[in-house]
Design a protein around this ligand. Structure first.
Ligand code: ATP
Length: 261
């Protein structure tokens, strides 16, 4: 199974440290949530894990420093769904999902039967088969989110990093996407998901990393990490914690007046 680790990872943007001395290690077979307030550095952290932004510290992918891997190797090993991607080319949905196979194709080679099978599996998993012939620039925001997830799934990489995969999705599709991520983890994939919905993070993740102002302030099982004190300190909110039919429920209730504003 794939292994990904960061050791004392820091990233500066516009001369500000936005990821600050973050260390963690992860292996395939787990769904790991990254949560934290807006601007905490979550997207920057995952971009650094993919080698997309310059960082200090060490990142190891299967024991090899990321800097020693080619872009193609990284793209084959870690599929990535960026946050809020917009589409500019009027490709069909099926062709857009097919782009997920690019890391596996030799230059000028054609899509193989295996590639077609991977594309079909990804479209079924993300529930976008009925959109296959539609123009990708002419579908709704939630449909686009699922199509882009399908493109990432089509890579069939041993690791999958998704940045806010639930944005613009209705409740049924939010649950469906979390089910997909869980199923991927159950198949041995390392899934890292940047999430804002703490309730779904608590329900679905094996482990949660909490980022606050660039620092990793908590790392552990959801029940250990998503506590009233942590949510107060990190988000400045009071939350209700409970469970329904054994499913953990976290509902942010009010901003914490102790925060002062
Ligand atoms: N290209 C950039 N240039 C300069 N600063 C940036 C850039 N991208 C992000 N930042 C800053 O880096 C910090 C971390 O941003 P990042 O997008 O990683 O946060 P985030 O936790 O993913 O936030 P959100 O939940 O709002 O998506 C923020 O202060 C942001 O303003």
């Amino acid at each position: 199974m794939v292994a990904l680790s960061a050791d004392r990872l820091s990233v500066r943007r516009a001369r500000r440290v936005v990821v600050d001395d973050v260390s963690f290690a992860a292996e395939g077979g787990a769904l790991i949530g990254i949560v934290g307030p807006n601007g905490a550095g979550k997207s920057t952290l995952v971009q650094a894990l993919l080698g997309l932004v310059p960082a200090t510290g060490a990142i190891l992918l299967d024991g090899v420093p990321l800097a020693e891997r080619s872009r193609r190797e990284i793209a084959q090993t870690v599929a990535y769904l960026p946050q809020g991607q917009s589409l500019h080319w009027p490709l069909s949905v099926e062709r857009l999902v097919a782009l997920g196979r690019l890391p596996h194709l030799a230059p000028l080679s054609r899509i193989s039967r295996d590639d077609h099978a991977a594309i079909a599996r990804a479209m079924v998993a993300a529930d976008v088969t009925t959109l296959a012939a539609r123009v990708a620039t002419e579908i709704s925001g939630g449909e686009r989110a699922r199509v882009l997830l399908a493109r990432a799934l089509a890579v069939e990489a041993p690791a999958l990093i998704v940045d806010e995969p639930l944005a613009s999705l209705d409740p049924a599709h939010q649950i469906a996407v979390m089910d997909i991520l869980r199923a991927q983890a159950a198949r041995g994939v390392l899934v890292i998901a940047v999430l804002h919905d703490l309730g779904l993070a608590a329900r679905y993740c094996d482990r949660i990393l909490v980022l606050d102002a660039g620092r990793l302030v908590a790392d552990g099982a959801p029940s250990a990490v998503l506590t009233p004190a942590r949510l107060r300190e990190t988000y400045g909110v009071r939350a209700w914690f409970g469970s329904i039919e054994g499913v953990p429920v976290v509902v942010p209730l009010t901003r914490d007046s102790a925060q002062g504003d």
